[in-house]
Design a binder for this molecule. Structure first.
Ligand SMILES: *Cc1c(COP(=O)(O)O)cnc(C)c1O
Length: 368
């Protein structure tokens, strides 16, 4: 049996409705912004539960523009998690600010107990990352940020529809950032991102920032960017956004099946903590595996396209050498890079495929 990682062929198996909408849209020749983008922004704000949603060019831009909207730039420091996708750090760097990394908990999210030490007078914002669809431990983060008067920007790129205690990822800080990249839970046919907020001033500022700072055809209010959600991508997003509850529920159900089965492999497979009250949405299904690389080889040989997110600890990437971090500085992040494995968990897996993944993992450790 072969269990593929990418489900995009299944997801867009019947694109006729999308093609029809795009063809109709082409007749209008309104290829930037316009009603399709507005429709998507309304649907997204309603899905997440915020007053505003601003469509932008990518998840990375969502983060960069958010920091820019808060006035962050050269000379400032922004705190984020040491285990994240490079884009979080890239976005901080793009503003001219310095990324300051903090190690994570066994749940892959920034460790609030270590944050205070990373604060300096230059700290201007905190970006918790809801990695893999987990939710960062927001209460102590918000408490510390509140005490220091620091804005919190949530990197919710992997966490659409995740929540903790009924509060949605992306709504607890001042701004929440999402990605619609093809590999994310809600995806379009290329790059796109969304920022959500309840703050009307930030909403207005972000709408300027994404569109050259233009207030109309001729007047420029502030210096901005060209980072709009494409109208055609908004059409794809409008088609798919209705399916988010179903997509999310299927992923959660597949993960529950894995969790239950892997409990029997204790000692070989260790589940990350399943904190009460957290609705994790499993953008990635990751477990700690003994002899992770051996398991990965075995799965590949048996046709299961497992992955590793991320094999090189971010603080040790060559591009970040100037930050001066050393091996040993981020023990949890390093342990995760060495021992986490990612199994397919998406909404298009069949029950038979999920069972085959479980059997193949079990076979590796127990020989049957
Ligand atoms: C995907 C991702 C981003 C960036 O999103 P893009 O749309 O690819 O630019 C940022 N942060 C995290 C945690 C991500 O997974």
């Amino acid at each position: 049996m072969r269990v593929r990682y990418s489900y995009l062929p299944q997801q867009f198996e019947h694109p006729e409705e999308i093609f029809d909408a795009i063809r109709a849209h082409l007749n209008t020749c309104r290829l930037t912004l316009g009603p399709e983008v507005e429709e998507f922004e309304r649907a997204f704000a309603s899905l997440i539960g915020t007053r505003h949603a601003i469509g932008v060019g990518s998840g990375t831009d969502a983060l960069t523009l958010s920091l820019r909207a808060l006035g962050i730039g050269p000379g400032d420091e922004v705190i984020t998690a040491a285990n994240t996708f490079i884009a979080t750090v890239g976005a901080i760097n793009a503003t001219g600010a310095r990324p300051v990394l903090v190690d994570v908990t066994p749940s892959f999210t920034i460790d609030p107990a270590l944050m205070a030490r990373a604060l300096t007078p230059r700290t201007k914002a905190i970006i918790p990352v809801h990695l893999s669809g987990e939710v960062a431990d927001m209460d102590p983060i918000l408490e510390l940020a509140g005490r220091r008067g620091l804005p919190v920007v949530e990197d919710a790129c992997q966490a659409i529809s995740a929540s903790v205690g009924g509060r949605a990822a992306g709504t607890m800080g001042l701004l929440g950032c999402f990605s619609l990249h093809p590999l994310k839970n809600l995806n379009v046919w290329g790059d796109a991102g969304v920022i959500v907020t309840n703050d009307s001033d930030l909403n207005a500022r972000l709408r300027l920032l994404r569109n050259h700072g233009l207030t109309g055809r001729d007047e420029v209010e502030i210096l901005g960017y060209n980072s709009r959600l494409d109208s055609i991508q908004a059409i794809v997003g409008n088609w798919l956004i209705r399916q988010v509850p179903e997509i999310t529920n299927r992923r959660i159900a597949n993960a529950a099946t894995y969790d239950q089965a892997f409990a029997a492999l204790e000692g070989d497979i260790q589940l990350p903590p399943r904190r009460l009250g957290v609705r994790r949405v499993f953008h990635l299904y990751q477990v700690y595996a003994k002899d992770r690389d051996g398991l990965l080889r075995h799965l590949h040989a048996q046709g299961v396209e497992a992955k590793v997110h991320y094999p090189i600890p971010l603080p040790q990437q060559r591009a970040l050498a100037h930050l001066g971090y050393r091996p040993g500085d981020f023990p949890q992040t390093e342990r995760q890079a060495a021992s986490l494995i990612t199994l397919p968990v998406d909404q298009h897996l069949t029950d038979g495929e999920v069972r085959y993944v479980i059997e193949t993992v079990t076979q590796f450790y127990r020989g049957s």
